[in-house]
Design a protein around this ligand. Structure first.
Ligand code: ADP
Length: 404
């Protein structure tokens, strides 16, 4: 893994890097002032949650001395493969590609004893020579502090934006202020601050306890006029999941909701979409005998249709779990659906879906999923006045949609 040195080589590498970056809509550097505040946990889960929503995401671990992304995603021990002169990223799921320095180590526990120029070289190589493809998001996990790695990213990925992770204690916040100043100096906008480990989720009762004063992250954000993206509690399940290579998405705790909220805030704070790849969509449609079932809560199956670049690339038919309040809307969101087309739906189900970032379109006629998707993509889905055709006492699958 040589560090390129000649001007010509550097120029050629710059060209490759720029070509790749042109195909990435949003570049995000996840930073922290201190180590151990949960920066890699947040970066990893941000990437996983975004990919579950149908975005194409690349997750790049540039924490050369303490790479933890591979472990957090259960990819420890996997070696990075090359295809021609390009590295092949790990494909964590349909939408998430991952590169970690750990994939270059003979043993996962081997330390890397590299000086600045070598580190800079490898980061540039991960931007130039990886088969990332077009991405909605490139999430870069940098080591704590303001050293070579974040500086290289700031200088190479010139339209990168920072997300800063902190814990509530003053000792961590003092270093966050340094990170904010760093971002100012290198001209990198800060998209927001996340406070991790703010309060404790009790493993016995599942309730949250404020074991030390939280809110320092929010106050620091306010002091610097920066967006605050939310808090994640201290949750022993996060450690267990992380150690087992599972994301927060697999938890059933309050922490998963908090992460979801952070992702929603994060998406809201993004600048209006510039040019770039079209978002991948995953559209859910409740069906019975191959056509839309107006009875959302009790349909036989769901058609789940994935769209990329305006075309259907995958068509799945899945059986939902048995009906109970809130179960099916959450099941739809858990499958990474970005949109749902229904005949009618009650307000409670709509509220859950909207909270989980799934766009609800009501009033669709009883037609095949393919026809409905084609009409939907043309923006011509008209509310037919179709409603849920079954009387129920709860609000989950009532008549019509939000006042239709
Ligand atoms: P950093 O990247 O800032 O060094 P990590 O993301 O590697 O921090 O997290 C350090 C440790 O803290 C890991 O064991 C991780 O599982 C744990 N951790 C992170 N966030 C939480 C949380 N909200 N609750 C409990 N443990 C957490």
């Amino acid at each position: 893994m040589a560090c390129n040195s000649s001007d010509q080589e550097l120029q050629a590498q710059d060209q490759k890097i720029n070509k790749f970056l042109q195909n990435v809509n949003h570049k995000i550097l996840v930073m922290s002032g201190k180590g151990g505040v949960g920066k890699s946990t947040v970066a990893t889960n941000l990437a996983v949650f975004l990919s579950n929503q149908g975005y194409k995401v690349g997750l790049l671990d540039v924490d050369v001395h303490g790479p933890s992304i591979a472990g957090l995603l259960g990819l420890t021990g996997l070696r990075l493969n090359t295809d021609g002169d390009q590295f092949q990223p790990y494909q964590y799921n349909d939408n998430l590609k991952v590169i970690s320095i750990q994939g270059l180590l003979n043993q996962p526990d081997d330390p890397l004893i590299w000086r600045g120029p070598v580190k800079i070289g490898i980061i540039r190589q991960f931007l130039a020579d990886v088969n990332w493809g077009a991405l909605d998001f490139l999430i870069i996990d940098s080591p704590p502090g303001t050293g070579d790695e974040p500086l290289t990213v700031a200088q190479t990925v010139t339209d990168c934006q920072a997300v800063i992770v902190t814990t509530p204690q003053e000792i961590a916040l003092a270093d966050v202020r340094k990170s904010i100043q760093f971002c100012k100096k290198v001209n990198m906008p800060v998209l927001g601050i996340i406070e991790n480990m703010s309060g404790f989720v009790c493993p016995s009762c599942g309730n949250m306890h404020a074991i030390f004063k939280s809110g320092g992250g929010e106050k620091t954000a306010a002091d610097y006029n920066l967006p605050f993206l939310g808090q994640l509690p201290i949750d022993p399940n996060v450690v267990t999941a992380g150690d087992a290579g599972r994301s927060i998405d697999t938890l059933t705790s309050h922490t998963k909701e908090s992460m979801q909220h952070i992702v929603e805030q994060f998406l809201q704070k993004l600048p209006t979409k510039q040019k770039g790849v079209e978002k991948t969509m995953k559209i859910a449609i409740p069906i019975v005998q191959g056509k839309l079932c107006t009875h959302f809560g009790h349909c036989e199956q769901f058609a789940i249709i994935t769209i990329a670049d305006g075309k259907i690339v995958k068509h799945e038919t899945l059986t939902p779990p048995p009906h109970a309040p809130g179960v099916i809307p959450n099941w739809v969101a858990d499958h990474g659906c970005t949109d749902i087309i229904v005949g009618g739906m009650g307000e409670a189900a709509q509220a859950i879906l909207q909270q989980r970032g799934v766009k609800v379109s009501c009033g669709a006629p009883s037609d095949t999923p393919e026809n409905l998707v084609a009409v939907y993509l043309r923006g011509e889905l008209v509310d037919s006045g179709n409603t849920c055709d079954h009387e129920h006492g709860d609000h989950e699958h009532g008549h019509g949609c939000g006042g239709h």
